[in-house]
Ligand binder design. Structure first.
Ligand SMILES: [Zn+2]
Length: 396
């Protein structure tokens, strides 16, 4: 009976923490420090040590906290990782998106499933880890600005490298209905700026049309897109199987009769292998610097082409012998592996040698939507997984 009570208490506590977390308006790009301090305090109270890493303005914060093993063994440390930012809200919510509201078996609120639900479970469970006779370290990693091309996590990863944390098992609790995701494409976003020389449209030879050079650049991108199809790796697990490329927008020009001096192009690519990203960028930069730019400079030496990286979210590669997947499978009984089309921070952890899996409560179907919710039962399943991790992290 007492275990019944504890598991109910644990569940109620995760709801309480989730309610608190939803109350912090941590929209990507905005200050998330209050939420981070809230998490840090919970973890410090139970004896965790922690460090923070920041963006340049020190407004946005990553937290990395550790419960040390009491009896260190050779077991790999476990990192429980989630992003603290949420996407903005549009009009049309039935409830206040920043006030958690429970209706029937669902909890509504921005971030309920993506991914404050997971963070709440880890914080609710942390005191149990703290009391247990841990024989491996358990880390809690909470990042900022994942939704805007994973801006926060790389700063944390750099610090982990410096501190020699480059081994372990990482569970990223993005909403997967507790299914195992072990691969996704990369997502690289860019804006390329063109600056030429304005002039009267009746004398095109005296100006440098930024719009026209941007158009040629876009044509090159479309040409390279075909090359990416040819490079499709054998046995690719993705749909479509090759790296994709898309032009999101072209912005430039003020009038029919004015040569545009400014134009910019928003574009993105989703590489199935890192090499495709390297190939694409080197071909494109070569074309811009060796063909377009010299042409522009003949007329106006101050012309420029500047490619701005918005974000380069690394792909997450399938590892047939993944420690992380095996651990989760052994606890949930789910032996399936899936590749998905959305990006996560998984590739970043994987790149420094940490075995990584994406598995968390709630469904991606409800993420980023009006009336985002998480089914309460999903939180229970997540708590069960965390309980399984405890069983695998104590001396027996
Ligand atoms: Zn997410």
């Amino acid at each position: 009976m007492s275990t019944e009570n504890t598991s109910e208490q644990l569940f109620n506590n995760s709801i309480k923490i989730l309610t608190d977390l939803i109350g912090f308006k941590t929209i990507s790009g905005e200050d998330n420090s209050s939420l981070i301090n809230y998490c840090d305090e919970i973890l410090k109270r139970i004896g965790a040590t922690s460090f923070k890493t920041f963006d340049d303005e020190k407004k946005r914060v990553n937290l990395f906290a550790t419960l040390k093993a009491k009896k260190p063994s050779n077991k790999k440390p476990i990192i429980l990782s989630g992003h603290t930012d949420v996407v903005p809200v549009s009009k049309g919510w039935s409830t206040d998106p920043f006030v958690a509201t429970i209706k029937n078996d669902k909890l509504f609120g921005r971030g309920a499933c993506d991914m404050k639900g997971f963070i709440a479970c880890t914080l609710a469970f942390a005191p149990i880890y703290a009391k247990a006779n841990l024989d491996r370290d358990i880390h809690f990693s909470y990042t900022f600005d994942e939704e805007t091309a994973c801006i926060g996590a790389p700063i944390l990863i750099e610090e982990l490298k410096k501190r020699g944390v480059k081994d372990g098992i990482c569970i990223i609790g993005e909403p997967t209905n507790m299914k195992i995701i072990d691969a996704h494409k990369g997502c690289y976003e860019y804006t390329t700026y063109f600056e030429g020389l304005a002039g009267h449209s009746s004398a095109p030879h005296k100006g440098v049309s930024a719009v026209e050079y941007a158009s040629r650049y876009v044509n090159k991108l479309i040409e390279l897109r075909e090359k990416l199809k040819e490079r499709s790796p054998k046995g690719s697990i993705f749909d479509p199987p090759h790296s994709t490329l898309s032009i999101g927008g072209i912005f430039g020009g003020i009038a029919h009769n004015v040569i545009a001096d400014k134009c910019h192009v928003n574009w993105e690519t989703r590489p199935v292998v890192k090499e495709d990203g390297v190939f694409l960028n080197s071909e494109l930069d070569k074309y811009a610097n060796e063909v377009l730019l010299p042409d522009m400079k003949k007329i106006f030496p101050n012309s420029s082409i500047r490619k701005n990286i918005i974000g380069e979210v690394l792909g997450f590669d399938r590892d047939e012998k993944s420690n992380a997947c095996e651990l989760v499978s052994s606890l949930t009984g789910d032996n399936t592996r899936e590749a998905v089309s959305f990006g996560t921070e998984a590739g970043l952890f994987q790149e420094i040698g940490i075995s990584t899996v994406v598995c968390g409560p709630g469904s991606i179907e409800q993420a980023h939507k009006i009336d985002e919710y998480i089914i309460l039962d999903e939180l229970k399943k997540c708590l069960e997984l965390l309980n399984g991790i405890k069983a695998k992290s104590i001396l027996n």
